[in-house]
Design a protein around this ligand. Structure first.
Ligand SMILES: O=C(O)c1ccccc1N[C@@H]1O[C@H](COP(=O)(O)O)[C@@H](O)[C@H]1O
Length: 226
């Protein structure tokens, strides 16, 4: 399910129509948000209904914020996601404990604003399956991601190529190609950039985002092999 060249995740889906747009566009991962303050929040029961549409076609990712192992394991029992995305201030040890208790690989999101924010990447990378590098939320934000803010992608150019990180934060159909060219991520993740209003996904923008990202990844691949 996960593309060898570039993994594309569409996050914050909450309707069958927009989930279908992500799946038919060829998304590798689809995300459900379980943070109640987010405009993309879905209940575990609603997510389980939607997940039936995606199972076997794309990885199902459950996005949680500062949950403990027990709560994460309970969600996994109900939803049976393929992966958990931890988007709070979970320590490397808690992230590893959640992976172990839930039996699911963990993608840990880390906020980036300056080069110093990358110092903690190796500690997390040693404990989880994937790292997601995202913009930091605004200071007074009610929820810690999904604000459509980008950060300086050139900060990532010195990262170990073996890290195979995912990139998010303010990506959209118009800038994703440039983000891929500059940061060379193994995957991209988008929420606000494929919406017409907070929490309202736009099927056409989802299709456009996936097509732009695939085209940019193919061009990069061609450049590497030419
Ligand atoms: O999307 C949300 O509402 C959300 C809520 C709480 C934590 C993370 C959230 N989304 C994640 O944030 C990044 C960036 O999103 P955007 O494209 O800038 O809107 C992405 O990884 C989402 O999965």
């Amino acid at each position: 399910m996960v593309n060898a060249t570039l993994t594309i995740k569409i996050c914050g889906l909450s309707t069958p129509e927009t989930l279908d747009a992500a799946l038919s566009g060829g998304a590798d991962m689809i995300g459900f948000v379980f943070h109640p303050k987010s405009p993309r929040f879905v209940t575990p029961e609603r997510a389980a209904e939607l997940a039936a549409q995606a199972r076997g076609k794309a990885e199902i990712v459950a996005l949680i914020v500062d949950w403990d192992e027990k709560r994460a394991a309970d969600l996994v029992e109900l939803l049976k996601p393929d992966r958990l995305q931890l988007h709070g201030s979970e320590s490397p040890e808690l992230a590893a404990a959640i992976a172990s208790a839930s039996g699911r690989p963990v993608m840990k999101a880390l906020g980036v604003a300056t080069a110093a924010d990358l110092d903690r990447v190796p500690r997390y990378a040693a404990m989880v399956d994937r790292i997601l590098l995202d913009a930091k939320p605004p200071k007074d934000a009610a929820f810690p991601g999904g604000h459509g803010r980008a950060f300086d992608w050139t900060l990532l150019t010195g990262l170990d190529p073996a890290l195979r990180f995912m990139l998010s934060g303010g990506l959209d159909p118009a800038n994703v190609a440039e983000a891929i060219r500059v940061a060379r991520p193994a995957g991209v993740d988008v929420s606000s950039g494929v919406e017409r209003a907070p929490g309202v996904k736009d099927p056409a923008r989802i299709a456009e985002f996936i097509a732009s990202a695939r085209k940019a990844a193919a061009a990069m691949q061609e450049g590497l092999t030419a």
